[in-house]
Design a protein around this ligand. Sequence first.
Ligand code: PRP
Ligand code: ZN
Ligand code: MG
Length: 225
Amino acid sequence: MPEQQRLRIAIQKSGRLSKDSQLMFKNCGMKVNLREQRLIAHCENMPIDILRVRDDDIPGLVMDGVVDIGIVGENVLEEEMLLRSSQNEPTDIKQLCRLDFGGCRLSLAVPEDFDYISPQSLADLRIATTYPGLLKRYMDTQGIDFTGIMLTGSVEVAPRAGLADAICDLVSTGATLEANGLKEVDVIYRSKATLIQSKNPLSDENQALLNRLLLRIQGVMQAKE
Ligand code: PRP
Ligand code: ZN
Ligand code: MG
């Protein structure tokens, strides 16, 4: 008999979701030593391994079955789904439950002195974003042509740097926009963290473990209400 495969869960290594993801596991009774700078952390009291990776990689890791479970922002998940569908790649996952943290919105923002009336004000302009799929989908519903500028980071400096006329980026407190002389003009997507599972069937043991974990997660969320 092969040794039982441990349940593999991917979480964001560092960023808006990492602290809350770790806290949720802790509240569920998982003992994980996350102090070391390691990709994989072992849970001491349950057969679970935690993989700490870039959030943008999590949907793909789950869709490809490299990990069993992932915690990721719905915005990142939806963007990866759009990208993969456009390339005819598999997008199969199971959404297990929406979590009570990681709330943010994907918004259009322009320089403070920009005379913005509606999305039409951005027609034929350059918009910098990390979410080209979500932005294109929204602008298509509005029937507006634009030039997408793909940036994986520092999107908020693009207008000042002369790279773009507007941006489409995540906003949570609004501090980043304000610090960069930008104003939020339209919300195109609202997101929270969500728990997703690979379509690959789990072993009976791991399925039972996941069921117990889900009950605890729901209990932890209810206790906070
Ligand atoms: C987002 C976004 C801004 C910041 C906005 O980045 O790109 O930098 O959050 O938050 P605020 O409104 O509270 O200032 P995120 O933390 O998601 O990291 P990432 O872009 O590196 O994935
Ligand atoms: Zn990211
Ligand atoms: Mg950022």
